[in-house]
Structures are given as C-alpha cells and as structure tokens.
Design a protein around this ligand. Structure first.
Ligand SMILES: Cc1cc2nc3c(=O)[nH]c(=O)nc-3n(C[C@H](O)[C@H](O)[C@H](O)COP(=O)(O)OP(=O)(O)OC[C@H]3O[C@@H](n4cnc5c(N)ncnc54)[C@H](O)[C@@H]3O)c2cc1C
Length: 470
C-alpha cells in the first residue's frame, strides 16, 4: 500500500522520483562496508528546491530522513535503520549544476555531482579537485564526511578546499552561503557546521570548492624501511627537502604487503622472492613545472640517495624508482588482499605523526600479548598521521567467535589510540552508527552539549540522519 508521504512526494516531485517497491529499494538500503536497513521509500529530488520540499513533507509526516550520496561511506551512516520507517533522500539526480571559473580557480556544483564528473569537467581547464581516493563519492557526501584521501599531505582535506555551501534544512528552508571568496572574514562561517557532521544538520544541495592545476608530472618511489621509526625519519627528511612538491607518503607494513602479491599475480613484486621490509613507503612528488625545468624523478632519486648517506639512511633496505600508477596499484589492492586472508577488522585511526611508529609498535605488543592469533596488517596515510590498522585472523585459529572478539579488540585498540596516544578513533571516515558508541565514550561532554544545542536548533524533531552527535 502506498503511504500518504509517498503520494505527497510523487505529487511534488513526479512519479519516477519516488521508489517504494522492495526490489527498487535494495541498493539504497545497504552500505559499502557497514549499515543495512529497511527503507520506507527512496526519494530522488533533482533540484535544491525539491530537496527542501522533500524535507518539509517528511517533517510534516514525522518521517525521519537519511541523506545518501554515492553510498561509499564506511561507517554505516548513509543507509536507513531497521525500522522500515525512514526515507532515503538520494542525491543521485541532483547533479546538473557544474560551473567552473578557471580564473577564480573554483567550481560551483550540485551536492550530487560525482567526484569523477567534477574532475572530468575540470580537466578541460587543466584543473582538478585535489581530494583523491579509491572511490567515486558525491561532493555532498565528501563534505558531510570531510573526506581526506591520499594527497592530504599536500592539499588538505575537503574542509580546506570548501569555500561555500548551500544546505536544505529540516524545516524546508534553504541556507544559501555559496561564497566564492578565499578571504571573507564577516562573522560565522556557517558552512563549517555541515563539514564532517554526517548530514545530521541539513542536506547539502550545493557547494563552491577551490580547485588546483593538474600537475604535469609525477615521480614516485617505493622505499623499504627496517622500522616505523626509520619511516618517520624519511618523512622528516623528505618534507624538509621537498615540501613544495611532496604529495603523498603512504606506509605499508610487511603484513599488509605480503597478501597483495600472494593474491594478485598480475602485480609486479619489486621485492621478488625476498620478504617485504617492516614498512614499504610509497613516496610521490608532483609538480606543474615542465620536465625541462625540473626533472622530478631525478630530484627524488638524488634526495633519496642523499638520505641513504645519512645515519638514518642505514635503516633503508630498498629504493625502487618507478611509475606512480604501478605503486598506487599495489596500495589499492591491500584491502582485497587482506580480505582473502581471513576475517578483517578495519580501524581508521590517527595519532600525532611523531607518535605513529610508537603507536603501531604498542598495538602490535598488545596484540601479541593478548590476542596472539590476530595479525596486525597496518597501512595508511602516515604523512597525515593516519593509519588503517587492519586486524586479520581466521575463524579456525581464534578461540572465540568474531562476534565476541570484535568489540573487545575495538575497545582495546581505541583506548590505546585515544587515551594512550592522543589520537582519534576515526581519522577520516566519520562517526556514523558504526562509531556511535566511541563518539559517546571519547567526546568531551562540553563538545556534545554544543553539538546537541545546534542540532536542536536546526532539526528540533531529530529527523535527519542516523548518527547522534549530542
Ligand atoms: C574504496 C574506498 C576507498 C575510500 N578511501 C577513502 C579515503 O582514502 N579517505 C576518506 O576520507 N574516505 C575514503 N572512503 C570513504 C568514502 O568514500 C567517503 O566517506 C565519501 O566521501 C562519502 O561520500 P558519498 O557520496 O559516498 O556519501 P555517502 O556514503 O552516501 O554518505 C556518507 C555520509 O554523508 C551523508 N551525506 C551524503 N550526501 C549528503 C548530502 N548531500 N548532504 C548531507 N549529508 C550527506 C550521509 O547521510 C552519510 O552520513 C573510501 C571509501 C571506499 C569505498
């Protein structure tokens, strides 16, 4: 039976904008990694005004709404709960506006525009949006999760590249703040409320982002390090010498590297028959200068050579120069390789960069002492202080079932990161239902109180999103 809300939304938006059949709803109900629920309906507005009208209708009907972009989020925040009473507000049709100002170096986009579509349009002007990751999210979703990505070291996260925003609020009004200025100190910077807050304060319908010139050349190396401390010494040296062109510093532990080649024959293993070193670091440089003005591979090779001559250089086991795409292919096959090894529990942790080696060593020591059947297969954006500390084990080798083991491991590792190393339990993926209890455990009461007051003001009926930030 069609609900009164579905009928109202069809009246407002047109028949094909509203889906209610169970088969049609399947793809809106399950997240990439976590989050599986049941939707009352999925509604797909195609203009900001339609988004606002949808929210007003849902509010009048007392129906909760979860905004959904490309559904690539990794904390279960883009799908409905299990009640069958939530509406999914998909932004997939809100993707028409895509205006580029090459002189201002900005793009005005609809919230449902995909990152790939933005970059395709920007490429015609020699520009790109510098947030780079192994998925194709929407701009609205990227803002709501404050996506980091692999080149944060050079360009920052979404927050650093966002100039303006347009948001449909729970009461059906639109907050228009499509600022295109880099300098504008005129009071509250309202857009910041919607960055990284998982869509619980409003639905992002438009944004102005700053964009950057596409580097004409890149150079990369894979550098073997005998320890995490050696990787940090390399980071410090490269940043001192090459900061202007330094774009990525990704560390891959031996335990994460091994399964990549074991399960992907097509990838060339630079280590051959030898075991990978404790950490392999993917170093990438990029520059807009032509190769005639700056020989980037030669510069990288020369600086790495100079580092090898220093005392810290003694802990460097290998240096492979090569094509960036070949090294990134290795990096992007890690998760798949680990899944082929057994049960994977993924962590998205950050700590101050200076403490990264100590943190991963402490995590390994904790696991060896208390969970010796669990392998620590860590890798990640060490240049940003981020690590995907993935834990892997086999059901057969574990004394307790995964359902019991997972919460124990989460509690131990998160306590170590947050309380022991002043870190974060979610470096770049956000809060969401998956991290809800850790938000509650680790967020200062005063921050929760401010957040709750803003939520109460913007969404007094508590109808937006499945994450609680109060
Ligand atoms: C293979 C893979 C690699 C990844 N790598 C990285 C990485 O390196 N770094 C990183 O930071 N993330 C990474 N991610 C996570 C993910 O891509 C980001 O969180 C992404 O930016 C979410 O965008 P989305 O459009 O898919 O949003 P969704 O997944 O649809 O939604 C995510 C959250 O945003 C809200 N939301 C979505 N659209 C809107 C809107 N218009 N208005 C208000 N709220 C909205 C949702 O309600 C939900 O809370 C990766 C994901 C995958 C699958």
């Amino acid at each position: 039976m069609t609900s009164p809300l579905a009928a109202e939304l069809r009246h407002l938006l047109g028949d094909d904008a509203v889906l209610t059949e169970p088969d049609d709803l399947v793809r809106y109900q399950e997240g990439w990694r976590y989050g599986k629920g049941v939707a009352l309906l999925a509604v797909r507005p195609s203009t900001p005004e339609q988004v606002a009208a949808t929210l007003a209708a849902c509010r009048a009907a007392g129906v909760a709404v979860v905004p959904q972009g490309a559904n690539t989020g990794l904390v279960g925040a883009s799908t409905p709960d299990a009640s069958g009473r939530m509406a999914v507000l998909s932004l997939e049709r809100l993707n028409k506006r895509l205006e580029i100002d090459p002189v201002n170096r900005t793009a005005r986009v609809d919230g449902g525009v995909l990152l790939s579509a933005l970059n395709a349009a920007l490429a015609e002007h020699g520009l790109m949006f510098p947030i780079d990751l192994g998925a194709d999210p929407t701009l609205g979703g990227m803002i709501a999760t404050n996506t980091g990505g692999t080149r944060l070291l050079k360009y920052g996260d979404v927050r650093h590249n966002l100039l303006g925003i347009e948001v449909a609020l729970a009461d059906g009004t639109v907050l228009e703040a499509m600022n295109q200025l880099r300098k504008n100190n005129t009071g509250l910077d309202a857009k910041q409320l919607f960055v990284g807050t998982s869509g619980v304060l409003g639905v992002i319908t438009g944004a102005v982002v700053q964009v950057v010139p596409v580097p004409g050349q890149r150079a990369a190396a894979l550098v073997g390090c005998a320890s995490g401390e050696a990787a940090l010494a390399l980071l410090r040296a490269l940043e001192r010498d090459l900061a202007d062109v330094f774009t990525a510093f990704e560390a891959i532990s031996a335990e994460a590297m091994g399964p990549v080649f074991k399960h992907h024959d097509q990838l060339r293993n630079p280590f051959g028959a030898a075991p990978p070193p404790a950490y392999s670091v993917l170093v990438e440089l990029a520059s807009t200068l032509p190769a005639t003005a700056l020989d980037l591979p030669a510069l990288l090779e020369e600086r790495l050579g100079a580092f090898l001559e220093t005392e810290s250089g003694e802990a460097i086991t290998d240096v492979f120069m090569g094509k960036p795409e070949d090294f990134w292919a290795i990096r992007h096959h890690i998760s798949e390789g680990l899944r082929a090894e057994g049960k994977v529990l993924a962590f998205d942790i950050s700590v101050p960069r200076s403490r990264m080696a100590a943190f991963t060593a402490a995590a390994r020591a904790l696991l060896a002492a208390e969970f010796p059947f669990v392998r620590c297969c860590d890798f990640g954006h060490w240049g940003d202080g981020g690590t995907h500390l993935n834990l892997v084990w086999t059901e057969a080798g574990a004394p307790i079932p995964a359902a019991e083991l997972v919460p124990v491991l989460q509690a131990r590792i998160y306590d170590l990161a947050v309380k022991g190393f002043e870190g974060s339990y979610s470096a770049e993926h956000g809060v969401g239902p998956h991290n809800q209890r850790f938000y509650e455990a680790y967020t200062p009461a005063a921050v929760k109180a401010v957040s709750g007051a803003i939520k109460a003001h913007l969404d007094p009926d508590g109808l937006l999103g499945t994450t609680r930030l109060s």
